[in-house]
Design a protein around this ligand. Sequence first.
Ligand code: FAD
Length: 633
Amino acid sequence: MPGMDRHDRELGMDRPIPRRDFLDGIAMGAAGAMLGGLTGCTAAAATGYPPATTGLWGQDDSSYAVMHRLRDGTYWQRAAAPRSSGERYDLVVVGGGLSGLASAYFYRQARPNARILVLEIRRDFGGHAGRNEFRVGGRLLLSNAGTQSIADPATYRPSAKRLIEELGIDVSRFYRYFDRKRYDGLSKGLFFEKATFGRDHFVAGAYERPWAEVFAQAPLSARARADLARIHTERVDYLAHLSKDQKIAYLRTISYERFVTEHAGCDRGVLPYLHDRPYDLFCNGIEAVAAMDIYQAGEDYGYAYPGFQGMDLGDGYGHWQQPDPEPYIFHFPDGNASIARMLVRSLVPGSLPGHTMEDIVLAPCDYGSLDRPGNQVRIRLDATAVRVTHRGDPARAREVEIVYDRGGVLESVLAQHCVLANWHVVSKLIAPELPARQKHYLSFCVKEPYLYTHVALTNWRSFAKLGVSEILAPMAYHYFTMLDYPVDMGGYDSPRTPDDPMVLFMLRAPTKYGLPPRDQYRAGHWELFETSFATIERNIRTQLAAMLAGASFDPAREIAAITVNRWTHGYAYEYDKSLWEHYAPGERPCDLAKKRFGRISIANSDSGGAAYTDVAIDEGYRAVSEQLEETRT
Ligand SMILES: Cc1cc2nc3c(=O)[nH]c(=O)nc-3n(C[C@H](O)[C@H](O)[C@H](O)COP(=O)(O)OP(=O)(O)OC[C@H]3O[C@@H](n4cnc5c(N)ncnc54)[C@H](O)[C@@H]3O)c2cc1C
């Protein structure tokens, strides 16, 4: 294949796995899929069944094609005049993520005969709560494209709790479905990558072996090795001169990086090892997260932060210290995509068969049924809302006009109410009537970017041989890799023996050291926009080959398919960053940004300032309640 050298071929870059690459909106590299004769994996055409899409997925460039032209002010220069579709709805929801689907659900519940339209940019519904399907060696493998689990369901507020229960989800059943013993005998691995540490070094059994042994051969200076072993084990109060309250207040003002170096007395050589640890929760490295925030987080993917053992910061701090925390097991095989699918099943009868939390797992979705004229609720995919305005004075208008773009064709619909369940930055662009001050607050929410990468393997013998089920790889392209969660339900059998095909989850947060959090996210957006799938694929293959070298992993033969779920606009911005921002209750920018404006209300997890499923649902409930309340008064 042109442009490929021997190394690329050893990595398997020329292998005909299904892959799809979109750069500048043009399909570039469907080469694999076109070669035919796929190795053990049935390719899904780029335009086929959405969950079976491989290559670059999540928010591919089609998610932005229209919105970025709106942002840049060039969209209306070339747009044709909208044509009225003649459709009238009680409610139009912009955004088919969990918040938008929940909005439709709550509205229909309050008004059983309501006619509702949901508009969604992507060719799948669910937003972050998407589903990945692979077929390897004739076996179906499922995974979550984004939103992973129902986290801490006991803490859900009434609206989210009620929705989950009414859909038929009984979270207690996951105690049976999630096999917490499946990977017993396998440990956590650490991988020090040559590019950062000078040589590749793999060590199994972190958290099981004495820390001095874990770091004994690590490619770090003798001082850094000793410091790391020390701060993982010693019980020293590094701020013994302060009272508990003073310590807590002080730790909110310094980064974890400063805490480790200035107070725990570690050499700066330990920092690359610790740097990416908060990525999953904060999408920032340790230089940008307050030491106290790190302490409260407690751990990330089970990797606890060292240095707090002797600090006596009190019980109540850090959910890991709660006497009986809920386990992280409330996970469908496709993550919270099952919640989105159950919502769609409820909203559009006939779209997915079945009626239980078990039979949703293998239920095929009839995408053709989602937008039929006879539906009471219609879900229109591939439709980007570009303008939402009242017909007349917003204070008195009885209708809202929503204009959307479908493949360059503009259509309009009318609705009594509109819920913007899209991201805050989008509301600012598509709702021109909103007050300037509100638009200012809407622009605060800079989404936190992530790659949720899934690699389908023909087997996972290399992990078994190395004795690990997950690997932390500080400073590597993907900093965390794990075997997918072992959940068996509704006829779905997750991989069991190392000879079975397996889905690997790999996580990247593109950060830029030293910048304030929101600037890091903006820089991360650009990094992701500009990185081609071929580059990401090469990084994946190179990293897996290096991490699993001790088990002779062959990326060319053992990788069956890759789906990179690009969530450039990922987590909602969370306003709990002690180092950077402090707001009075109810005064966070997200609180001020979500104010109802006439017949338009603003939902989405951005409105709650928290990247959680229940928050997305709760904000949908609030937005719908505002609109219904408005009509009553
Ligand atoms: C990678 C990842 C993992 C996560 N994991 C978890 C988890 O394990 N547990 C948890 O509780 N939460 C998790 N979250 C948080 C997650 O954000 C929420 O759970 C929830 O799914 C967000 O839903 P939403 O509807 O608010 O936003 P989204 O899912 O972003 O939905 C908004 C939708 O609006 C659409 N849209 C935008 N603009 C327009 C327009 N102009 N016209 C039409 N449509 C438009 C978008 O395409 C999108 O589908 C995760 C988030 C990410 C990104």
